[in-house]
Structure formats: structure tokens, C-alpha cells
Design a protein around this ligand. Structure first.
Ligand SMILES: Nc1ncnc2c1ncn2[C@@H]1O[C@H](COP(=O)(O)OP(=O)(O)O)[C@@H](O)[C@H]1O
Ligand SMILES: CC(=O)N[C@@H](CCC(=O)OP(=O)(O)O)C(=O)O
Length: 266
């Protein structure tokens, strides 16, 4: 089957009207689809109000025990359940999951190298049978950024990574497209200038932009994951505004595209 994995960023869903516009588009999006949502900004805001200061390193959250409890409540509870409830108002069958539910995504606690990320998980296994069975019933799985290690420990996993790992695992058997929706028109030469869109990107350009710090913060894991997915068999990766998602599905660019076959890079 053809499967679309769609990631929606925390900056978009932090604004209820933008979240609603996106969810309506997701409900309209044709074919089999899986949603992965972030929520980093809300977790940081609620954390601050509780005296838990966010600590990020290269776009990823350093997660101590207290922060793990916070993100579990915010991502798997507050955000995930509200998204599911709203999707049903648009006629979209959906089921909210963490990686622990149905053993959907197992991860291992990231080994300490230069940085100790704490309770952050690197994905090792995706339960594709579970996802296939839900999709066959026209139920869209909706994932928050929480995984588990199979030994009782929940772990925080970057939502872009979850989207990429799900897409990659399904790509072994299916044609998979991966869409990263966030708060910019795509990858930009200047993150503050929407007109500076880079419509196509390859790994050489990425490395140059990274070196020149044109790509920074949350864009780093997003693009790392985009390239990883393409290398591992995902057919099409797109990044852009949620409002352009249906255009992207029709093959119109309106964002930044990295396409495996067409450019022969992957
Ligand atoms: N070159 C770039 N083009 C576009 N955005 C960039 C770029 N470099 C850094 N960014 C930042 O990355 C952010 C998107 O990453 P992130 O905040 O993790 O998104 P999400 O909402 O998906 O979680 C943008 O809002 C922007 O501030
Ligand atoms: C380990 C790690 O960085 N986890 C992320 C998970 C949420 C996320 O990725 O949210 P956005 O997509 O909104 O950024 C975090 O806690 O910020």
C-alpha cells in the first residue's frame, strides 16, 4: 500500500486556529496516513511555569526524570488526546499512541557520549504489523513523541525522528511519503525571510548550510531525519507549511522537496 507519514510541529499546534486548520487538512488528505505530532514549545512553557527550565542541545531536549514526567503528560496526554478528539469531529478515525501502546515503537536510552541527554530514546524497532492493521481498517495512528525501552522505561524521542523511523520501517514493504509540516515555507536561506525558500536540497547543500549556520536549532534533526529516511527507501520527503500540504500531495512543490529517484542522489 501507499502510506503517508505526516509530522506536525509543536510551533503550529501551539496556536489552536492553526492546529484546527491543519487537522481539517489531515482529515482531507487522501489515502492511508499516519500523524506524528510534536509539542516542544508547550512542554517548555508548562515546564517553565512549574520551575523546570528547558535545556536543548542541537534541537533535542535534555530530559531528566522530572522533564520526562512533564513531557509524558504534555505530549501523550494533553496534546495527543485533544488532537484525537478534534480529528473525530472532522470524520477522521484516529487512535492516539505512544511507542509503548501496542509496543508500537521500542527505543534504547541514548548512550552518553559528549552530552548526556538523559531519558532520550533512539528508536530500534517499529511494530509495522500493528500500523498496517490499523491502516487497513482506515484508522490513522497518531503518535506523540514518547517511546519505551520494552523494560518499563518511557523515553522522550524527537518527533521528527519518530516520523522518519516509522516511515523507514514501513518503506521496507510499502511506498512511503514523508511530510514535515512546520511554521515556515520550507528550508530557508534566512530563517526570518519566508521569501528565501530553497525548493530543493541535497546532502552537499545541507552540509554547506550547516557549516554556515544557516540551518540551526530544530531544523538540524528535521533534515538529518529527512536524509536518513531517503537513504533507507522512503520515496519522497517534503518540508513546508501545513497549508501547502495538499498541494505537496498533488506533486506541486510549494515547500522544500528532497526526492530520491528524480535526482539520483539516494
Ligand atoms: N534554514 C532554516 N530554514 C527554516 N527554519 C529554520 C532554519 N534554520 C533553523 N530554523 C528553525 O527551525 C524551526 C523549525 O524547527 P522546530 O522548531 O523543531 O520545528 P517544529 O515546529 O517542527 O518542532 C523553524 O521555526 C526555524 O526557527
Ligand atoms: C528528545 C526530544 O528532543 N524530544 C522532543 C519531542 C517533542 C518534539 O520533537 O516536538 P517538536 O516537533 O514540536 O519540536 C522534545 O521534548 O522537545
Amino acid at each position: 500500500m501507499e502510506i503517508n507519514v505526516i509530522k506536525i510541529g509543536g510551533n503550529v499546534i501551539d496556536h489552536p486556529e492553526n492546529a484546527s486548520r491543519f487537522l481539517k487538512l489531515f482529515a482531507k488528505f487522501p489515502g492511508k496516513k499516519i500523524l506524528v505530532h510534536g509539542g516542544g514549545v508547550l512542554a517548555s512553557r508548562i515546564g517553565k511555569s512549574l520551575g523546570i527550565e528547558p535545556q536543548m542541545h542541537l534541537g533535542r531536549r535534555i530530559t531528566d526524570k522530572e522533564t520526562l514526567d512533564l513531557v509524558t503528560m504534555v505530549y501523550a496526554g494533553l496534546i495527543n488526546k485533544n488532537l484525537i478528539a478534534e480529528l473525530h469531529t472532522y470524520g477522521q478515525q484516529a487512535i492516539g499512541l505512544t511507542g509503548a501502546d501496542g509496543n508500537a515503537i521500542q527505543s534504547v536510552k541514548r548512550p552518553v557520549k559528549d552530552v548526556d541527554y538523559g531519558y532520550v530514546g533512539d528508536v530500534v524497532q517499529v511494530n509495522t504489523e500493528l500500523l498496517e492493521s490499523l491502516l487497513q481498517q482506515s484508522i490513522s495512528p497518531v503518535f506523540s513523541a514518547i517511546t519505551h525501552d520494552g523494560k518499563g522505561q518511557l523515553l522522550n524521542t524527537n518527533a521528527d525522528t519518530i516520523a522518519s523511523e516509522i516511515a523507514t520501517a514501513l518503506a521496507r514493504k510499502h511506498k512511503v511519503n514523508l511530510y514535515f509540516c512546520f511554521d515556515k515555507t520550507g528550508v530557508l536561506m534566512d530563517a526570518n525571510n519566508e521569501a528565501s525558500l530553497i525548493p530543493l536540497i541535497n546532502e552537499d547543500i545541507y552540509n554547506e548550510l550547516l557549516r554556515d549556520q544557516i540551518i540551526h536549532s530544530g531544523m538540524i534533526p528535521k533534515l538529518e531525519n529527512a536524509f536518513k529516511a531517503l537513504q533507507k527507501g522512503v520515496v519522497h520527503v517534503w518540508l513546508g507549511l501545513p497549508d501547502n500540504l495538499l498541494l505537496a500531495a498533488k506533486g506541486k512543490n510549494a515547500g522544500t522537496t528532497i526526492e530520491s529517484q528524480k535526482y539520483g542522489l539516494y
